[in-house]
Write a protein that binds this ligand. Structure first.
Ligand code: PLP
Ligand SMILES: N[C@@H](CCSC[C@H](N)C(=O)O)C(=O)O
Length: 414
């Protein structure tokens, strides 16, 4: 049987691996690096200012012995995909980066590195879809999953053992915006379990605010559907890794399963990521104003930019800003529903990271796939409202929220 996790199996089976490694670390500020695409990543005879979309499934070869050109088939590699992968590797300071069809695909690819009998330590406050996929592998793939409170590194350490293969962290978590000490946990995992990989879902921060590979993680992944693309016009997943060995294993799975991102979506992602810095700065500054406003109303607000956040200091050591997703509790599910439905400017939608602002109730929407009894066990408040702040004028956002609170019957303070 071929061991899919061995590097030799991966290199021998791909004709056109189109390795998308970034050989150099960013030389300028990240905001500058985001805008500048390495023009050597894709050979272009016409010096096109925008990376061309190579909308092709297959590539003509010059001979029949399989030793042909750099690309043979777009499942294995495509120049537009290489361009965005090289760019993402630079932005994430990764040895190698991959772009796949969705954020969940990114996790699915990573989970293929876990074999039956091995174990995963994950958070107890995690995105609903992540919980669903972890539940699947624990029910059908013989993998044991421990869900623990990742705000307490001792709880993670207690579950580490000789079978641990992955430690999967979200920080901040979706939807309770809790922080995990990525640096401290990575160090302990590597000391105690050399066979284990620390994997971080960095979707909420984006590479602009937090670099988890520099904090010690082995793999960082994103739902590229969110901040990286920024306009809710595509689905994508991005994976960055710290070593060539892990990169080879991930590439094998992506080529074998055909989960790589299509050329047009690669192009959209590359276009979107150029404006990540300016979008994130504006979304974040709006979010800080909105968090202050809600806290001044006496509501319990979860946001690492507030001094009241229990891990305010820890987050400041890990990331360069609090981001633009926050959640708050009202104490009453009916009141929360009325607030969400009373908003006019804030769109009722799942997802986040887009230029327009969104409002949702995680227990009924993004996290509804987590069974009610498990949500209760994990103390996920049913009345929780999540706000994903966009780039609109902050006064309009605050006025709309004020109106929604009033209409819902909440006693708004002047
Ligand atoms: C934190 C987080 N990770 C991963 C995903 C999955 O991403 P996608 O929807 O692109 O599959 C989501 C949302 O869907 C998310 O919120
Ligand atoms: N029906 C979807 C819900 C997607 S939630 C998207 C996003 N991660 C969020 O947190 O809003 C599903 O069941 O996956």
């Amino acid at each position: 049987m071929v061991d899919i996790t061995s590097a030799s199996a991966s290199s021998s089976s791909a004709v056109s691996p189109a390795v998308s490694a970034a050989s150099t670390r960013p030389a300028y500020h990240l905001a500058t690096e985001l805008v500048h695409i390495d023009s050597d990543a894709v050979k272009d005879n016409y010096n096109a200012a925008s990376v061309p979309i190579y909308q092709t499934a297959t590539f003509k070869q010059h001979n029949a012995d399989g030793s042909g050109g750099e690309y043979d088939y777009s499942r294995s590699g495509n120049p537009t995909r290489t361009a965005v992968e090289v760019h993402m590797a630079k932005i994430m300071a990764a040895e190698r980066a991959f772009v796949v069809s969705t954020g969940m695909t990114a996790l699915d690819v990573i989970l293929r590195l876990v074999k039956s009998g091995q174990e995963i330590v994950a958070g107890d406050d995690i995105y609903g879809g992540t919980n669903r996929l972890l539940t699947y592998v624990s029910q059908f793939n013989g993998v044991r999953v421990h869900n623990v409170d990742t705000t307490d590194p001792r709880k993670v350490e207690e579950k580490l053992g000789p079978n641990t293969r992955l430690v999967l962290l979200e920080s901040p978590t979706n939807p309770l915006i809790k922080i995990a000490d990525i640096r401290g946990i990575s160090q302990r995992v590597h000391e105690l379990c050399p066979q284990a990989l620390v994997v971080v879902d960095n979707t909420m921060m984006s590479p602009y605010l937090q670099n988890t590979l520099e904090l010690g993680a082995d793999i960082e992944y994103h739902s590229g559907t969110k901040y990286l693309s920024g306009h809710h016009d595509l689905m994508a997943g991005v994976i960055g890794c710290r070593t060539k060995e892990v990169g080879d294993q991930l590439y094998f799975v992506i080529n074998a399963s055909g989960s790589g991102l299509g050329p047009f979506d690669c192009w959209l992602l590359l276009r979107g990521v150029k404006t990540l810095g300016i979008r994130m700065e504006k979304q974040q500054s709006n979010a800080i104003l909105i968090a202050d406003f809600l806290e001044a109303q006496g509501l319990r607000v979860h946001f690492p930019g507030l001094k009241s956040h229990p891990q305010y200091d820890l987050h400041a050591q890990l990331a360069s800003g609090p981001g633009a997703v926050l959640s708050f509790e009202t104490g009453d599910v009916g009141l929360s529903e009325r607030i969400v439905e009373g908003a006019r400017l804030w769109g009722i939608s799942v997802s986040f990271g887009c230029v327009n602002s969104l409002i949702s109730m995680p227990c009924k929407m993004s996290h509804a796939s987590i069974p009610a009894e498990i949500r209760k066990q994990r103390q996920l408040p049913e009345d929780l409202i999540r706000l994903c702040v966009g780039i609109e004028h902050p006064e309009d956002l605050i006025n709309d929220l004020t109106n929604a609170l009033r209409v819902a019957g909440f006693p708004v303070k002047a």
